[in-house]
Design a protein around this ligand. Structure first.
Ligand SMILES: *Cc1c(COP(=O)(O)O)cnc(C)c1O
Length: 393
């Protein structure tokens, strides 16, 4: 990445009904928080016109809220999408997007090591309604393409969780179109600054805005973007009825933290790569799972890389001792905020394989997931170095 991605161009460029007025009486630099559940009408006629879709105005905040709408317009613009919908969590977004497109007897093609709660949603919820789910090694493009004919939905995550395996989105999107399969990509890791799946023919992009887009570990939020037709379908089939709407204050937090996204992502990209290459050279690290390392056609959709990746330690290292010896780096499951964090896969592997995607698809107990937060690479490396030395048997 040789250029800092520009972001300020998106500011104030949202000409749409339901937007906060451009002529704010106080010329506020920051959008107002519309902390209201309902919106009032001046007359019977105005109410009827809005109900009938003849004029546009928010009615009730489970449907539309101007602060939330501003976030939806921004993410749509960043992904190059026509439309977007915000949800109260990444899982709210995933569940609604998937439920809008599948029904009993339909088959979903997904990747092994899909986000752990997306896996549980497929296994615990969708299976009860007769949906079939195939878990494929997404790095194997031929296997992915062979699984597509007859499927309803291809649910992708580039890269996957915990082991960061790539998929060739371009090839999969092209084949899926030919077979009439709807494609979705969880793009939380790359953010629209580093990967724009819609530009290579993917239909729908999903974000856990709780991670990089929120960026401060202070919000849980989700976003779905795509064509107007696809988002309209989510709106008409699911969105108002499952009620997973984003609160105006939380939308405002994400909007606020989007302003620093290019600067944060540049740091995560650079510091992540520096830590990853240091780890590769360490005698007690046997594998580094960072999408920038190694060759795969799936790399070509990225213009930069996130700072979340995994590595495996040798059997000379006691995993629990290593984690406990870390100082600056804390133990915690989320990612994308200022904190540098680890999750040892070993702790998760104690959960039964029926509900544990990582146990089912062979993640080793020597795998450590690392989130390089807003610390310098030097600080993160120094902490890992001393903890590896302390945990050596
Ligand atoms: C965290 C996460 C999600 C779920 O987001 P929530 O906001 O926690 O519901 C989905 N996908 C990925 C890749 C994640 O890391």
């Amino acid at each position: 990445m040789n250029e800092t991605p520009r972001f300020d161009a998106y500011r104030h460029a949202i000409p749409e009904p339901l937007m906060p007025p451009r002529d704010d009486p106080f010329d506020a630099a920051v959008p107002p928080i519309y902390q209201t559940s309902l919106f009032l009408f001046d007359s019977y006629k105005e109410l009827e016109d809005v109900f009938a879709g003849r004029s546009k105005k928010p009615i009730y905040s489970r449907g539309d809220n101007p602060t939330v709408r501003l976030l939806e317009r921004k993410i749509a613009e960043m992904e190059g999408a026509e439309e977007a919908r915000a949800f109260s969590s990444g899982m709210g977004a995933i569940a609604a997007a998937v439920l809008a497109f599948v029904g009993p007897g339909d088959r979903i093609v997904t990747v092994r090591h899909v986000y752990s709660d997306a896996f549980r949603f497929f296994e615990k919820v969708l299976k009860r309604f007769g949906v079939v789910v195939d878990y494929i090694d997404g790095t194997d493009t031929q296997a992915m393409l062979a699984a597509l004919p007859g499927a309803k939905l291809a649910y992708l995550e580039n890269p996957t969780s915990m082991v960061f395996e790539l998929q060739d989105l371009t090839a999969i999107a092209e084949a899926a179109r030919r077979h009439g399969v709807v494609t979705m990509v969880d793009n939380s890791w790359a953010t629209p600054l580093f990967q724009k799946p819609l530009s290579v023919g993917i239909d729908i992009v999903i974000h856990a805005a709780s991670k990089y887009l929120g960026g401060q570990s202070d919000t849980v939020a989700g976003l779905v973007t795509g064509s107007k037709a696809h988002i309209d379908r989510i709106n008409s089939e699911i969105y108002p009825y499952t009620g997973a709407k984003l609160a105006p204050f939380e939308a405002w937090l994400v909007l606020r933290n989007l302003e620093t996204l290019p600067f944060r992502m540049r740091h995560h990209h650079e510091a992540g790569l520096e830590v990853a290459s240091w780890l590769q050279a360490h005698e007690d690290v046997t594998n580094v799972m960072h999408p920038a390392l190694g060759e795969h056609p799936g790399k070509r959709t990225f213009s930069g890389f996130g700072g979340l990746f995994s590595f495996e330690v040798s059997d000379r290292i006691d995993v629990a001792d290593f984690v406990d010896a870390l100082g600056l780096i804390r133990i915690g499951v989320s990612w994308g905020g200022p904190e540098s964090l680890v999750v040892p896969a070993k702790a998760a592997l104690s959960i039964s394989p029926e509900t544990n995607v990582f146990a089912r698809f062979g993640v080793t107990d020597r795998t450590i997931r690392l989130n390089v937060g807003l610390h310098s690479a030097k600080e993160v490396i120094a902490d890992i170095e001393q903890a590896l030395a302390a945990a050596k048997r």
